[in-house]
Design a protein around this ligand. Structure first.
Ligand code: GDP
Ligand code: MG
Length: 460
C-alpha cells in the first residue's frame, strides 16, 4: 500500500505508550483508515475494519482491566488488532487448488486485456517447471494481433513447450486442440492463456465460458492488474458472476500500484490470491500468503518470501548454491551464507523489491531507488568483508558481549573492529547480525522439522 499507511503504522509503533484515552486510539484509527482509503481499499471495508479494530481493542482493554493487569501494552493491542483484521481481509479462508504430480493439471487464465495474463502464464509455467512439473502453454487468444507471437517468444525464452495457431480463428478450437495434444503427451501442468478485451464485454464472458467448457480446467485464475485501483472490486465481481474463478493473481505490484484494490477484490469474491506479479521478468512471481503480505505491508519484512526467493535462485543455479542447500538442510546458516545471499541479491537485479523482504531495511527502500538499495546492500557486504574467517563461519554470537552473569549486553570489540574496518557503524553491524540471525532461525525451523527440502515441497 502507500507511503501513508506506512506512516500511520510506524507512527503507531513509535508511540511508546498509547494512553487509554479513546481519543488517541481514535486518532490513530482515523489516520490508518485514511491511509487504507488512499490505497484504494473499498470504503465499506474500511469502515468495517475500523469498527472491528475498535471493538477488539476495547474488549482487550476491558478484559485486561478486569484481570487487574494495568500493564497491558496498549500499543501492542492496537497493532495486533490492526494486523489481524488486515490479514482477515486478504484471507477468505478457502484453500485454492494446488497442482499435484502424477496427474494432469489444467489451469486457465482469464482477465481483461493488459492485465498481465500472457506474462503471468509464462511465469507460472516457469514456477512449476522449477518444482519438477512438466509444464506447457496453450495460446487461446485469437483476439489480439500478435498474441501468439508474444506467448511464443515468452515460452521460447523460458524453454517451455507451447501450442497456438496463426490461422485458426476460433479460440475454443485452439484451446481444445492444444490441451488435447498436451494431455496425450502426459504433461503435468497445462496452462491456457485466453484473450482479454478492453472492457468486460459479454462476448468475452461467453468466450471464456465456452473455452472453460471445452478444456475443463482444474483451476481458473483471474489475473488482476493492481493499478486499476477501486475498479478491482466491480471487475472481479463481474468475472466471478459469469466465468467463475477459483484463484486470483494480482499483477504489477512492483509499480506505483497501491494494492488496496486487491484486498477489495478478495473481499468481494471470497477467492484466495495465490501469487503476486512483481515485475516484467519471468522470475517476478511471488507466492501469496496473507500474513507475510500484511507484515511486509507494515514494514516487518518478509522472511518467508526471501527464503523462497533464495530457494528459487538455488534451483536456477544449482552449482553455486549447493553449499547453502546443504547448510539449510542441516538447519545451519552462517554469516558467510548470508554474505553469499547478499551478493546474489546484488547480481539479480530488481534490488529494492528483494531488499524490501529483508527485515530492517529502511521502509523507503520499498518504493524503490535502486541506487540507494544497491548502496545499502554494498555496505552490508563491506561489513562481511571486514570479518575474519572464523567470524564468517560463525552464527554471529561471536560478536556479542556478555556480562559476568552471562547476559548479553551488546556487541563486543570484534564488532567494533568490523565496523571500523568496513567504514560502517556499529548499528549497521548490528543490523547485519540481526538479519543473519533471523535467517538462521528460519533455517533451524525448517531443518529441524522434516528437512528443508521437504518443508519447501510442502509449501507448493
Ligand atoms: P494480457 O493482455 O493480459 O495478456 O497482458 P500481458 O501479459 O501482455 O501484459 C501486459 C503488460 O503488462 C506487458 O507489458 C507486461 O510486461 C506487463 N506486466 C505483466 N505483469 C507485470 C508485473 O507484474 N509487473 C509489471 N511491472 N509489468 C507487468
Ligand atoms: Mg495476452
Amino acid at each position: 500500500l502507500g507511503q501513508r499507511l506506512h506512516g500511520a503504522l510506524s507512527q503507531l509503533s513509535r508511540a511508546s505508550v498509547i494512553d487509554d484515552k479513546a481519543s488517541v486510539i481514535d486518532a490513530l484509527l482515523k489516520e490508518l483508515c485514511a491511509a487504507l482509503l488512499e490505497s484504494d481499499v473499498n470504503v465499506k471495508l474500511v469502515s468495517q475494519l475500523r469498527a472491528k479494530v475498535k471493538a477488539k481493542v476495547k474488549k482487550s482493554l476491558e478484559e485486561a482491566e478486569k484481570a487487574g493487569g494495568r500493564e497491558l501494552n496498549k500499543k501492542n493491542v492496537v497493532q495486533k488488532a490492526v494486523f489481524d483484521e488486515l490479514v482477515a481481509l486478504v484471507d477468505p479462508g478457502t484453500e485454492p487448488y494446488k497442482p499435484t504430480k502424477g496427474k494432469i493439471n489444467v489451469l486457465m487464465a482469464v482477465g481483461i486485456q493488459g492485465a498481465g495474463k500472457t506474462t503471468t502464464c509464462t511465469k507460472l509455467a516457469v514456477h512449476y517447471q522449477r518444482r519438477g512439473f512438466r509444464t506447457c502453454l496453450v495460446c487461446a487468444d485469437t483476439f489480439r494481433a500478435g498474441a501468439f507471437d508474444q506467448l511464443k517468444q515468452n515460452a521460447t525464452k523460458a524453454k517451455i513447450p507451447f501450442y497456438g495457431s496463426y490461422t485458426e480463428t476460433d479460440p475454443v478450437a485452439i484451446a481444445s486442440l492444444g490441451v488435447e495434444k498436451f494431455r496425450k503427451e502426459r504433461f503435468d501442468v497445462i496452462i491456457v492463456d485466453t484473450s482479454g478485451r478492453h472492457k468486460q464485454e459479454s462476448e468475452l464472458f461467453e468466450e471464456m465460458v465456452a473455452i472453460s467448457g471445452a478444456v475443463k480446467p482444474d483451476m481458473t485464475i483471474m489475473v488482476l492488474d493492481a493499478s486499476i485501483g477501486q475498479a478491482a472490486e466491480s471487475q472481479s465481481r463481474a468475472f466471478k458472476d459469469s466465468a467463475d474463478f477459483g484463484a486470483i493473481i494480482v499483477t504489477k505490484l512492483d509499480g506505483h500500484a497501491k494494492g488496496g484494490g486487491a484486498i477489495s477484490a478478495v473481499a468481494a469474491t471470497k477467492t484466495p490470491i495465490i501469487f503476486l506479479g512483481t515485475g516484467e521478468h519471468l522470475n517476478d512471481l511471488e507466492r501469496f500468503a496473507p500474513q507475510p503480505f500484511i507484515s511486509k505491508l507494515l514494514g516487518m519484512g518478509d522472511m518467508q518470501g526471501l527464503v523462497e526467493h533464495m530457494q528459487d535462485m538455488a534451483r536456477a543455479n544449482p552449482e553455486r548454491q549447493k553449499d547453502l542447500a546443504k547448510n539449510l538442510q542441516a538447519g545451519k546458516f552462517s554469516i558467510r551464507d548470508w554474505r553469499e545471499q547478499l551478493s546474489n541479491i546484488m547480481s539479480m537485479g530488481s534490488l529494492s523489491k528483494i531488499a524490501s523482504m529483508i527485515p530492517g531495511m529502511p521502509a523507503g527502500m520499498m518504493d524503490g531507488n535502486e541506487e540507494d538499495t544497491a548502496a545499502k546492500l554494498k555496505r552490508m557486504i563491506f561489513i562481511t568483508d571486514a570479518m575474519r574467517q572464523d567470524e564468517l563461519d560463525s552464527d554471529g554470537m561471536i560478536f556479542v558481549a556478555f556480562d559476568k552473569a552471562g547476559n548479553p549486553i551488546g556487541l563486543n570489540r570484534r564488532a567494533k573492529r568490523v565496523a571500523r574496518g568496513s567504514g560502517t557503524s556499529i548499528r549497521e553491524v548490528e543490523e547485519l547480525l540481526a538479519q543473519a540471525r533471523m535467517m538462521a532461525g528460519m533455517a533451524r525451523q525448517a531443518g529441524g522439522q522434516n528437512g528443508w527440502m521437504t518443508a519447501m515441497q510442502k509449501m507448493q
